[in-house]
Design a protein around this ligand. Sequence first.
Ligand code: HEC
Length: 142
Amino acid sequence: MACRQPVQAAIAASLIVVCGAAVAQMSPDWGKREFESYCATCHGLGGTGDGPLSRGYLSKAPSNLAVLAKQNGGVLPVSRLYASIEGTTAVGPHGTRDMPVWGTRYRVRAAEHYVDVGYNSEAYVRVRVLALIDYIDRLQQR
Ligand code: HEC
């Protein structure tokens, strides 16, 4: 029995490595998915402001989100970004805080505070916003 334990431990360890790699490969890039679904129509897939709606449909040009760090001494202005996504800082073309262009995606719906939705909805929304910001960080032209 005692001599089988190291073998079992080795099998378990290699399973963890193999499964971990498989999960890492399968796991979607959440931030990319968020950006492409909710921001790219205006800001473009690369974040430079050249999305399809920028071609004549908006009275203001979408900001180039790929130079946010460059314009801020090389550091991504995370709090400013967070505030504009969460809606505490108003960005006109994004709509109002109550009716942003991305709907309720980055906000905890009021009802969820009272109904047991089976998960921590505030943490869920926060992770979604942070994944998006992480992707915007990866779009930065350094
Ligand atoms: C309907 C088009 C549209 C969509 C969709 C949109 N934006 Fe914008 N966004 C704009 C426009 C236009 C501006 C420029 C506003 C201005 O110049 O006053 C802007 C400005 C910004 C700014 C301000 C940049 C700065 O200098 O602080 C940020 C940040 C931003 N958008 C992030 C996002 C993110 C993140 C998403 C997706 C969740 C998104 N936007 C979706 C049109 C859009």
